[in-house]
Design a protein around this ligand. Sequence first.
Ligand code: BDP
Length: 722
Amino acid sequence: MILFSKKVFSLLYILIFILSFTSHANDGYNLWLQYKKVENKQLLKNYMASIQGVESSGDSKTISVAKQELEKGFSGLFGNVFQIDDNNSGKNTLIIGSEANLDVKYSKYLKNELSKIERDGFIIKQLKIEGNTKIIITAKTDVGVLYGVFRLLREIQSYKSIENINIIDSPKVDVRILNHWDNLDRTVERGYAGFSLWDWHRLPDYIDSRYVDYARANASIGINGTVLTNVNANALILTPHYLEKVKALADVFRPYGLKVYLTARFSAPIEIGGLETADPLNTEVIQWWKDKTAEIYKSIPDFGGYLVKANSEGQPGPQNYERNHVDGANMLADAVAPFGGIVMWRAFVYSEHDPTDRAKQAYSEFVPYDGQFKDNILIQVKNGAIDFQPREPFHPMFGAMPKTPLMMEFQITQEYLGFSTHLVYLPKLYEEVFEADTYREGKGSTVAKVIDGSLHNKKITGVAGVTNIGNDRNWTGHHFLQANWYGFGRLAWNPHLKSKDIAEEWIRQTFSNDENFINPIKKMMIQSRETVVKYMNPYGLHHIFDTGHHYGPGPWVGNLPRPEWNPTYYHKADEFGVGFNRTKTGSNATAQYAPEVAKMYDDILTTPEKDLLWFHHVSWNHKLKNEQTLWNGMALKYQEGVDEVEDMISLWNSMEQYVDPQRFKEVKMMLNIQYKEAKWWRDACLLYFQQFSKQDLPNGVEKPSKTLEEFQSLRFPFAPGR
Ligand code: BDP
């Protein structure tokens, strides 16, 4: 008997030990939805006094997940179990419900605000009624209410005062969507955070709780769509066996306002339909897509539509049948139109048979089709004309198709930015693109205005992000890269937001509300994008990545069969200088921009130095604005990039007291990898370009640690993401 209780005792002891340990460990799984107890006592008191209960109206699943989120959020933030019951009258309460369901005793005060809401926007407003304060969250839709709930939780997580709270916020873009480049075997193209979240084998019967957390995270930042499959598509996803699994995911995501989309392989009518052709003008093909689409909508009534990569990098498309992009896109658009679906048709096209500058090909191909696409089509355009480089000038298509909705495609996964081991805060890059001025309707015609539809009065708008999410416990591989998912969502909601404000929001929710942590870390995040440009691609260099996997430098690669897959095609280094002449005297890609922009880029003196080698072939001895020669300036930039990573490491090391041990250590290890690789980039690139400049490294630049031959001999057949 005594022995037994001793055993029980020691078991209990172990359990308590484990529990106390796990309550301190933080593996990053909860993203920015940490809901840690509010540490500031006064604030906590105020929050708890303002929200003594919750009253809800409406009985949709969306309202019920909104309530669950409030319970979870308040329990964590208030440090007490918080349960919603409906007997709150008389207290200071939070009232949630859409306009249609809200009691008139509240909505009568909100007429003016309600008239200002667009799409799934929301109002959070405090009213004083009969001596009590009521915080009302309302919207036109239940999803809008859910967005409002997440917004209130964000305010509290960020220690903002909610006294007299009065927020009206509506998304400026319709389709705010993640693109998963996930394959059916769970590998992820250009994915660096493990395997795909979608466990196709166990679906539809096994619902991983991660699917719910994925939907919560997306809803919390306003993302309302997800393309589940790779743009390099597999037709099998459209077979009944897989559609059943897609339906199961759609059912989980629906309450969170997250619609499911699929990539449509253009040759599917042949591969899974048994037809002999996929010609978009063939009546059997047209009927096949109509039937297939109707079959999808039967089980997923709110299916979003298709994303298509056609006649690009070997993918099939209408051109296989002497048809064009308009024929292909319109055929699919007709199939989804009766159900309210859309088609996102990608403009990422270039061909090895086209000898013109790759940067010009998408514009040349698509702009003449302006006005010919059906109303439910969005043309999805990458932010720059080549391919998600650390820096690219904005894509000349933006603003150039006034009659066609163009949606933005950003890459959140870091194919060309150090994979998931480099801390790079991408909203800074997105902001730079959105703020760029196309001059299409005079000064101030920013890309943001093209994308939010205001420049040319578009009926439908969208922003897509190729996601960086995988089944790693912390979702994105690196804790700080969660900020890129977060920031993408925030900018898709409103492309006019400032990346520094988004960084602060994210830091407060994810790590700490302590100013001593927020300020330096925010600065580091904002700087991190320029840092990676410096140690990889300074002064407008681009596409000098090692071949295929794009891991590490490979400026020497010049033997690939497709010319435009070779880094040497892009940097054109020779004894005279380096860079791609895209001006009037070169490929004339500048002519695809509005005259004001073309003029700026045509002249080496007015081209911003950050884009110099994108547009000009520049002499090694060209004098930069800082009086250095191009060669010296470039070498010093590479060094600066490395030095800045070193600074990031010292800063992080000084922050230990503000971060839980697990995340602190994991970020620290990642920064050390980044430092090693930044040096690798500097040394390999400078040694390579030095063969052409034939000049010494300037003072201040460290000597390379290996020879050029040693760098060139490195091989990475198992680099992730392929
Ligand atoms: C490139 C990637 C490739 C993608 C392609 C695309 O290297 O894996 O399939 O873009 O966007 O960046 O279609």
